[in-house]
Design a protein around this ligand. Structure first.
Ligand SMILES: [Zn+2]
Ligand SMILES: [Zn+2]
Length: 261
């Protein structure tokens, strides 16, 4: 009797285990369904992605990390990112087909469709970096026509710092060419500025050296004048009653009484 109910119990347990196993299989299978946007996830699956805490950053190769979700933006279904309508639909500069959804067109007015978007070619660059690399001034970004478009992003180093402005590097490069004429001219200008900087630095250095020498000379002068004080005694006075002599320094308050044997 006791044996039978024990068997009954283990049967129930076995059934439950089997049910859980089936559930686990179904769950696992459901996770293996290919992601409908698998191609779009190219960006988060390559080796340049860095995960910090729960946030994924994309190393754009431009010296900063881009929070992953920027690249995932095209996946969001929001009205203003709907496919571009026929009449003003330009052709993609890469595949030459009319562009459908395009993150680059949406954000930067850059004619490149999402499937041709390449993390190497379409790097983003911070404004600071762009100014240094291409010797650009603020007005080169927003006063010159057409104003360069940018996206804003929380600073990955510190979220309390101001938002970073990220530009599309090829557009910045193009702007720099308009300003400097050619890459060689830009390089020449960079060299010229570097030389100027070095010269200014060495001039400053020479000036500093001169000051140091002057200081050294004057401290040397002090030493020949000063050093340990040697008393310069005035005339001695004799105290007949005590048979002692007394003298005072003429340059300091020191005075002494002494005997002569
Ligand atoms: Zn294309
Ligand atoms: Zn003295």
């Amino acid at each position: 009797m006791a044996e039978e109910s024990g068997e009954e119990l283990s049967k129930v347990v076995k059934q439950r285990i089997e049910r859980n196993r089936q559930k686990a299989i179904i769950l696992r299978k459901s996770k293996l369904v290919p992601h409908p946007y698998a191609k779009e996830h190219l960006y988060s699956e390559d080796t340049t992605t860095i995960k910090i805490g729960s946030t994924k950053y994309k190393d754009t190769g431009g010296g900063f990390l881009l929070e992953e979700n920027t690249y995932e933006k095209p996946l969001e279904i929001v009205p203003d990112e709907a496919p571009i309508c026929e009449p003003d639909r330009p052709n993609c500069v890469s595949c030459n087909k009319p562009i459908g959804t395009s993150w680059l067109f949406e954000k930067f007015s850059f004619n490149c469709c999402d499937s041709c978007k390449d993390p190497e070619v379409h790097k983003l660059i911070t404004k600071t970096e762009a100014k240094e690399t291409y010797l650009l001034k603020d007005c080169d970004f927003d006063k010159r026509e057409p104003a360069l478009k940018f996206i804003q992003q929380k600073n990955p180093h510190n979220h309390r710092w101001g938002d970073m402005k990220l530009y599309l590097q090829i557009q910045v490069e193009q702007r720099a060419l308009e300003i400097w004429g050619s890459e060689e001219d830009l390089e020449r200008e960079k060299e010229r500025r570097e030389e100027k900087r070095v010269m200014a630095k060495s001039k400053k250095y020479e000036k500093k050296l001169k000051e140091l020498r002057k200081e050294m000379r004057s401290s040397l002068y002090d030493r020949t004048q000063g050093g340990p004080h040697t008393h310069d005694f005035g005339p001695e006075t004799y105290n007949e009653e005590e048979d002692t002599y007394h003298r005072k320094c003429t340059t300091c308050p020191y005075e002494e009484t002494f005997e002569k044997m």
